[in-house]
Structures are given as structure tokens and as C-alpha cells.
Design a protein around this ligand. Structure first.
Ligand code: UT7
Length: 352
């Protein structure tokens, strides 16, 4: 019997302001000629007034069909039927409440429990894979409760909203040309529902590697604060820092390893996948992965050209663009992949 977590809605949101490479060239020593061939990025959206909550709520409302512009598998989804909101983010508006709780309030997900995830650019995969595992665990709990004629022992989860939202422009050091050209702001969301008669997510894979050399790092802003009883941490650096070439090397191997492991777990091959929605860190990383797996690059969704790197939201944005552009049909297999700070990486395979 097929059963699994099915994506029943998808949405995204980008801030209104678009920043070109030439505009960045007026802030730091860079050019469009340097940025495009090395990254594939032409423009990115940088929030002027939109908060991470504004962007996350807009993406979520589109995924629910409350606002137009998203992708719905069957029909609009009542926010009150969402049992949980998971928000992968590096840039929450507050330490608490969680970003997920702030989004819950905005969208009227009045029955949802909420929490954030800190897993950097793997948020798309960690978020959806965790949602899938929790939905499966809840289904098993309900089944055993029903068999024993008792009530479930855990929270009942049938629908989970995964909404990744980022205002990375606030983590970036705008004097550092090696990072500030890469990132953008935005949000992506999916609603996942447990079904007893459909496959949904076939398999997932997540991994962590120690970042002993600090190749991808950002201290939190509060480590620079002294208290009456303790000094500020002198080496605190609350800006994003990246050793580009080391991360590039990690990214290429981690992405291919993650996709191949998830495919193997799902019992399918790369040729069976109608569309890959990878993390959008660098067009060259995506092209490398396609070549290494012997797959045509046309089957890898590219949104980086107009979004830049939106961390955990970027693969959800890529997936949303593929869905709204009609590139994925009911029954198609798709694969999302992510990698980033932590160091985290992972991939998941699911049937649309
Ligand atoms: O989502 C998180 C994961 N992040 C990633 O996956 C990013 C992975 N890394 C990359 O995508 C690439 O390493 C970058 C796009 C960040 C950099 O490309 P690169 O080809 O590795 O450049 P590089 O760091 O080796 O720098 C080459 C040169 C240096 O100059 P010198 O020392 O050779 O004179 C840099 O100072 O390019 C210089 N440079 C720039 N020049 C113009 C670095 N950034 C810029 C810039 N404009 N924006």
C-alpha cells in the first residue's frame, strides 16, 4: 500500500527591490563581467521594508491558496487545518517567539505548533524531510492507538507547513565583495499532507560534517555584548564569512553524494527524475552536479540568475517556479537538494 507525505501546496515571495550587479559595482570593487560567469547571478532581491515574517507569511499564504500566485495540487487549504509550522531560517526577526510562531499568527494557523530550524542552506531538505518523518511517526502512532482502541499518545499531525524565509542582506558584510554579491532575500513554502493512498516523499538523506576550519560561519550578534558579570567575546564577528573555494569543493561533492544517496534509498535512478530543484548557491555548482551524474542540465531548475542565493529558501523557490511554470506534472518524480553552513547537506525524492 502506498502511503506518504504529499506536497499539496507551494508558494514563494521575493521583496520588491531588485539590485543589479552594476549597482553592487558602485558599493564594492566588482563588475557584472566578474559575477555572471563565476556565479550565474544577474540580479537579486534585497528587502527594503519587508521583514522575514512578511516574506514568509506571503509565501505561506500562496502555498495555502489564500493568496494568488502559488501552486495548489487540488484546492485551497484552510490555515486552521495546519497542525505544525516548521521554519528553517538564519535570519529570524526575533530570538523568540520563533519565526514560525510569527508566521503562524499572520496566516491564522491557529491550531499549529511551531518551531524554527537552524540548518543554513539545507533548510529546504532538512525542513521537508523532518516534516515527512514527523507525519510518518504521527500516522504510526494513530494506527497503533486505533488498533488498541485508545487515543494517540502524541500530537496528531496530518498537515505541516514548511516555510523557509531569509533576510540574508542583514547578515552580509556589504564591504566584502567575495560574499555580498552572492546573496538575496526571499521565502519559499510547501504544505505537506499525510496520505494513506499516495507515495509522496519516497526517500530522504541528511548529513552533517564538522566545520572545523570555519569555512562557512556567522557568529550571533549577541556574542558581542558584555554583561555586568562577563566581558564581550572579543573575537565575535556577526557577519557572514565564507572560504569560497573550500565551500565550492564541499558543495560539489556533498550535492552529488546527497542526491545519489536519496535516489538509491528511493530505489530510482537520476534518469527517473523529471526535475531537480537544487540549492541555488552557484550556477557552476549545479552544472557540475548535472555533469557528474550524466544528466542534462535542463532538468535542473535554475532560479539563481534572478534570486541569488536565498539560503534555505532557495530550493523551495526553485521548486515553486518549476511547479508554477508547469514543468512538473502529477505523478512526476522530483528531487530537492541542499548544502551549506553546519556543514549540512541532504536531498529528498518525492512524487508530485
Ligand atoms: O550557500 C552557501 C554555500 N556557498 C557556496 O556554495 C559558494 C561556493 N563558492 C563559490 O561559489 C565561489 O568560490 C565564489 C563565487 C564565491 C568565488 O569564486 P572563485 O572563482 O572561487 O573566486 P576566488 O574566491 O578564488 O577569488 C578569485 C579572485 C580573487 O582575486 P585574486 O586574489 O586572485 O587577485 C578575489 O579577490 O577574484 C576576486 N574576487 C572578486 N573580484 C571581483 C572575489 N570576489 C570578487 C568580486 N568581484 N565580487
Amino acid at each position: 500500500m502506498a502511503l506518504g507525505s504529499v506536497i499539496i501546496g507551494s508558494g514563494m515571495a521575493l521583496p520588491a527591490q531588485v539590485v543589479t550587479n552594476d549597482e553592487l559595482g558602485q558599493i564594492v570593487d566588482t563588475t557584472d563581467e566578474w559575477i555572471v560567469p563565476r556565479t550565474g547571478i544577474h540580479t537579486r532581491h534585497i528587502a527594503e521594508h519587508e521583514t522575514a515574517t512578511d516574506l514568509g507569511a506571503a509565501a505561506a499564504l500562496r502555498a495555502l491558496g489564500v493568496q494568488e500566485g502559488g501552486w495548489l495540487r487540488e484546492g485551497a487549504i484552510d490555515p486552521a487545518t495546519i497542525d505544525m509550522v516548521i521554519c528553517p531560517t538564519l535570519t529570524p526577526e526575533a530570538h523568540f517567539p520563533s519565526e514560525a510562531a510569527l508566521i503562524r499568527e499572520r496566516i491564522g494557523a491557529v491550531n499549529a505548533v511551531c518551531f524554527d530550524m537552524s540548518c543554513a542552506c539545507s533548510g529546504c531538505v532538512y525542513g521537508t524531510s523532518t516534516a515527512d518523518m514527523l507525519l510518518a511517526a504521527s500516522a504510526a502512532d494513530r494506527a497503533s492507538a486505533e488498533a488498541a482502541g485508545r487515543t494517540p499518545r502524541r500530537n496528531v499531525l496530518r498537515r505541516i507547513l514548511v516555510v523557509a524565509t531569509e533576510r540574508l542582506s542583514r547578515l552580509v558584510d556589504w564591504t566584502d565583495r567575495s560574499t555580498c554579491i552572492l546573496f538575496g532575500d526571499g521565502a519559499g513554502a510547501v504544505v505537506m499532507e499525510w496520505r494513506e493512498d499516495e507515495e509522496g516523499m519516497l526517500a530522504s538523506y541528511m548529513e552533517n560534517t564538522d566545520d572545523t576550519d570555519h569555512v562557512l560561519w556567522c557568529d550571533s550578534a549577541f556574542c558581542a555584548r558584555a554583561t555586568p558579570f562577563s566581558p564581550a567575546r572579543e573575537d565575535c564577528d556577526p557577519y557572514m564569512r565564507m572560504a569560497g573555494q573550500a565551500v565550492f569543493k564541499f558543495a560539489t561533492s556533498a550535492m552529488v553524494r546527497s542526491i545519489e544517496t536519496a535516489l538509491e534509498r528511493a530505489g530510482v535512478t537520476a534518469a527517473d527524475i523529471a526535475l531537480f530543484a537544487p540549492h541555488q548557491a552557484n550556477e557552476r555548482i549545479i552544472r557540475y552536479a548535472a555533469k557528474k551524474m550524466g544528466q542534462p542540465v535542463e532538468r535542473f531548475q535554475m532560479s539563481i540568475g534572478h534570486t541569488g542565493n536565498v539560503s534555505g529558501a532557495s530550493a523551495l523557490i526553485a521548486l515553486n517556479e518549476a511547479l508554477t511554470e508547469g514543468k512538473l506534472q502529477r505523478g512526476d518524480l522530483a528531487c530537492m537538494a541542499g548544502f551549506g553552513g553546519g556543514l549540512t547537506a541532504g536531498a529528498c525524492v518525492f512524487r508530485i
